[in-house]
Structure formats: C-alpha cells, structure tokens
Design a protein around this ligand. Sequence first.
Ligand code: CO
Length: 426
Amino acid sequence: MSTPEFPEEEHEQVAGNGLLHRRLFLSQGAALLSAGSLGLMTARPAAAQALDPWLLTPGLALSGYGERSPFEADVARTVLPVAGTTGSGASRTPLESLEGIITPNGLFFERHHAGIPEIDPERHQLLIHGLVERPLVFSMEALSRYPMESRIQFLECSGNSRPNLASTPPQESCGFLHGTVSCSEWTGIPLSILLDEAGVSSEASWLLAEGADAAAMTRSVPLAKAMDDALIALYQNGERIRPSNGYPMRLFLPGYEGNACIKWLRRIKLTSGPQMTREETSKYTDLQRDGRSLQFTFDMDVKSVITSPSFGLALNGPGLYQISGIAWTGAGRIRRVEVSADGGQTWAEAALSDPVLPKALTRFRMAWRYDGGAATIVSRATDEAGNVQPLRSDFMAANGPQVSYHNNSTQAWAIDSDGAVSNVYV
Ligand code: CO
C-alpha cells in the first residue's frame, strides 16, 4: 500500500505519534480541503466494473419487516447468560461495528434478572399508588392519550466495563469490554404528568418502581428525579419498545444506571423513603476500601472509548486513519474528548460530531497519521460539569481492587508493528 501525501499546512500534527488537527472532521472542514490533498483515499484508478449476478436478475421480494444484509450477520451482541439460565444475564452491544450515536434496536444491550416476559399489552396496566391523593391505574390505551416527548439518550449498566477491572487486560472486543451502553431515541410520557394527576402527597420523597418480570425487579428512585426528567418510555427508535427492553413500557431515568430504569413497569408506589430492596442492598452497591458500601449511586460518570481501531480491527499498513469513538456522561453534554497516540504522554482534542446532546452518546473523531510502528491510542472525555474521565491507573488507585461497578476509566489500545490491536492498561 502506498503512503498518501500529507501537505503539512493542512494536516498539522497536534500531538505525539501522528495525531493531526481535528479540522478535518469539523463542520465543512473536509470541504475546505482539496480532494487530492486529503490523503484519505486508498482508491485505485478506475477500471471496467464487473457484471455481477445481482445486476442480471430481479432481486428479492418485498417484506413486511426489514432484514439487514446477510453479509452483516456477524454483527451481533455478545450473549452471556448466568450459568444455568437462558434468559438471565446480559448481552452486549458490538460497539466496534457501529457508527453514529444510535444503537439499532436489535443490537441494544440487554440485562435481565429472570428472562424476558411475554406481556399482552391489552392486559398490562400501570398502577400509581402509595402517598398520593388519588391512586390511578393506566391501561396502554389510556396512556396513549397523554402528551409524549422524544429524546435521544444513552442507557448504561452500572457494571459496564467490569472486564477491565481484571488484573490483566482481557483480549476481547470493544463491545465485550464496554458494550452494556447503548443509545436510542426514546418516546413516551413524562412521569411528572402522571404523578401530578395522581396528586403526590407532601410526605412523599421517593418512589418504588416494580417490573412485571418473574424477578419483580424493584428499585427505589428519588422523587426529585421522577419529577425532573423521568419518562414512561413506550417507543424506541420509532417503534414500540422491544420485549427485551421492557415492552410495553419501561421507566427511563436519563443518566441513571440501567437497573433503576425498570422494564415491564407495572407499579409505582410513592413512599417517604427508599424501600431497601434486594437490588439496592445485596446488589448494585459499591464496596469501599474500608468495608462500607455506598447505596443509591445512580449517576453514570463521564466516559469515552475508542471503538475503531480497537481489538479485532487490525490496521492495514501505514497511512491516514480515522480514530472514531463514543463519549457520554450522566451529567449532561460532553464538552471535550482528547485523544493520545503515545499512551497518554501527549493529548490533542478530537472533533465532536453533531449532534452533541445531553445524556446521549456523542461521536468523536480524530485524524491520525499512523507511521506503521508501535502506538498506544487512548481517549479521555470531559463533560460540561467539568468532570474528567480518569486514567485506568488513577481509577484503580482511587477505588481499590474490590471495586465492581461504575468503572468509567480510560480504555487504551496498543497497536503493534503488524497493525494488530490489543487491550492494554495505562
Ligand atoms: Co451505582
């Protein structure tokens, strides 16, 4: 493979080991560059095109519900059931195979505690009771009459990125390591509207949300969050929520850990305090160095990961590459993502691709002139509240080896002189 030309005035190096200015990916940045100087192209001179068989005969029939190309069949979630079960456990989004910020519904991560219930929406109801003036029950038909909102927001399991807490770096894909985060357009009814109708009593300060699965998955949620931006989500990316994501409705709490966003929601009880359910006592608590455990650590922290190149996506010789990744934070918008190609010695700012939305995945891109030698690439995000994603070494030093949830530390990928990518710790 020939090395393209890189006019220095258009591709100034901004950090060590070949990181180039982000203007290439800023709005209209690429258009300002002449095509010949982009240095991105690896196309060959034109030649006659073959008459492939699909040009010569009519194609497949129309269908009622679309399918992707069979050539994409390898793009699939990593399915990891709890031993002895088929429906409990998690499946992880193949982040390394996706672009943009929306996760396709068929690849959205799953985490179930007693399998996926098959719920008849005609029989399903949402009950709101407890410390309210008027206990209410909502059928699906009744809910469909309330005003709806749509928002693009991420959902992340609090146990995401746990594989990288191991003492040696697992050689696994980006999705295996970090794939219990996904992002959708969610459409539904603000919970505050339903609570206002029920009339929240002045003694209420929390609520209990309960799912209709066989685990009766139950979490306590502060009333302030419910009144702020909680959604009763009915639609995901334009279609009704899939059974694996809570059909016919789920509680969606933007920026909160996924387990609090109760799927198959059947009951909300207004209470004067948290109810100390199984999922907030024996599970989903954060063991500290001194033996104490923190409860109700809902907020997901600022985080980023390079999805390409990453483990399993080898580089094809020296040249100009696009480093692409995702960043997100429960605190609002991503303000900045920095990338290093020398293992964190020097950093340069990546371009953030529009749209940059609060509590959504944000796509970042970085131009990189790979010289064919060894390199270690890593990303670090900062959010609009000023929170900075910690290096893995700092995170482990601060939290101790017993840490299990909320790993928002950096992911480093080492590239060897053959272009192969491996997971390394820095
Ligand atoms: Co937590």
